[in-house]
Design a protein around this ligand. Structure first.
Ligand code: GLC
Length: 425
């Protein structure tokens, strides 16, 4: 459900971000309206998978008169959401107080000065899964608080593999063999991920490159490391798939939802996607409910590497109410709300303890696999110009997957184009 409420704001004086930090906390018990940095706030987020947030914010609003939080939902796609946030932040607008930003954008938003540094002492970072904290850090400072995490998983049709006496693949070679030989026998396509040119493709590319032991950028964007044999091997996995027909050409136009639907309609043997698919594809209207499993992504010689997805909560540098904004972030990352993120939102929480909670593991049996995948996951390339880096990665690899360039040519072009971004940066 999508709903946008305009933020009703008074003309309160702009609040100073105390000591450079959002969220030093105002003295307890002071009336909100008269305290610097306190008042109504907006929470802006991509518009998908947000139904559970309505009751979560209703609970906050009941206990925080004068500091109500209003949800502002932007488009579902990561790229469009980013574009709208950036337009607003660039103009210096205070319309968005708390921003639910993709983990991939933290460096760009921090380097541009759009989000305020966060006081690490204010949030229980020790109780989060360790890699998620890194996604909120840039230049040695914390700029956001981890909220939802994500790791790519390999979904497979357990009914089909069982009928063939096969195990889920652990290597690319095994996946290719099953996708080439077994899938057609069952009238299925082999493998798909998110291959439309947008942020999802960058995530898929980063995974294959990291799984082969390579990387795209180093030193927070200052060094280009992509020109390597592992990067070529990673790209080859994707380009071979399309050329040999075990990755359907149609998937070059798929984002998360299109690929989930194809899997859910019983058209694919294997799918790379995020954990939300587990709950949805087991739900009503799914042809594969109870007929699939999820394992860590395969790599060239054994388990591969997932990118770390998810989102962090950050405070707009121009927020008029940064104290309330920081309190809202503390609420959204508290244990009870993090539990609801999973049970009501089907999204992976950042609090480590929830992954071994017996009741939750019973209801969400993929939690241990997910925990392993998140702990082994790698962040996307960090760069103050991440948007441009991502656009180059998407365009070049999409061309290669469409057969217009070899992996060797594609990697050379990546090195060239990323090099000029790094030099300008
Ligand atoms: C998911 C991930 C996010 C990623 C996006 C790509 O939302 O959580 O990190 O950038 O997918 O489409």
């Amino acid at each position: 459900m999508r709903w946008i409420r305009a933020a009703g704001r008074g003309l309160l004086a702009a609040a100073v971000v105390l000591a450079g930090y959002a969220g030093l906390g105002a003295p307890a018990g002071e009336p909100a309206a008269h305290t610097g940095g306190r008042g109504p706030v907006t929470l802006v987020t991509a518009g998908d998978l947000t139904d559970y947030l309505d009751p979560v914010l209703d609970d906050w609003n009941r206990t925080h008169p004068g500091e109500e939080a209003t949800l502002v939902e932007l488009p579902d796609s990561a790229d469009e959401t980013r574009a709208q946030m950036v337009t607003s932040l660039r103009s210096g607008s205070s319309r968005f107080d708390v921003l639910n930003i993709d983990v991939a954008w933290t460096s760009e938003f921090a380097a541009a000065g759009w989000i305020a540094p966060v006081d690490p002492g204010r949030f229980p970072l020790d109780s989060f899964l360790p890699p998620v904290v890194d996604t909120a850090t840039f230049g040695g400072r914390l700029y956001a608080v981890p909220y939802v995490t994500n790791a790519g998983l390999l979904y497979y049709r357990s009914d089909v593999l069982a009928a063939e006496g096969e195990e889920p693949p652990r290597t690319w070679a095994e996946l290719e063999r099953l996708a080439k030989e077994v899938a057609p026998r069952h009238g299925l396509e082999g493998y798909a991920g998110q291959f439309l040119p947008y942020e999802g493709l960058t995530a898929n590319v980063t995974e294959v490159v990291r799984s082969a032991g390579g990387s795209i950028l180093g030193d927070e964007g200052a060094r280009v490391t992509v020109d390597s044999a592992p990067a070529r091997e990673g790209l080859r996995f994707l380009t071979d798939g399309v050329r040999e027909g075990w990755i359907p050409e149609e998937s070059l136009g798929w984002k998360e939802e299109e690929s989930r639907l194809a899997f859910q309609q019983g058209r694919l043997l294997f799918l790379r996607n995020w954990p939300y698919v587990y709950a949805v594809a087991n739900g009503e209207g799914s042809k594969v409910a109870g007929k699939f499993g999820a394992v860590p992504l395969p790599g060239p010689d054994g388990p591969g590497v997932s990118v770390l997805g998810g989102s962090n909560l950050a405070v707009n540098t121009h927020s008029r109410h940064p104290e309330t904004a920081a309190d809202l972030i503390a609420y959204l990352t508290s244990e009870p709300v993090q539990r609801r993120v999973l049970t009501e939102g089907a999204l992976p929480p950042v609090r480590a303890g929830l992954y071994s909670d017996p009741e939750l593991v019973r209801d969400f049996p993929y939690l241990p696999t997910l925990r392993r995948s998140v702990l082994a996951a790698e962040p996307r390339p960090k760069s103050p110009r991440y948007d441009q880096v991502s656009l180059v990665v998407q365009a070049v690899v999409h061309d290669a997957m469409a057969g217009r360039q070899t992996p060797r040519q594609a990697v050379a072009r990546l090195a060239r184009e990323l090099g000029s971004i790094a030099r300008e940066g």
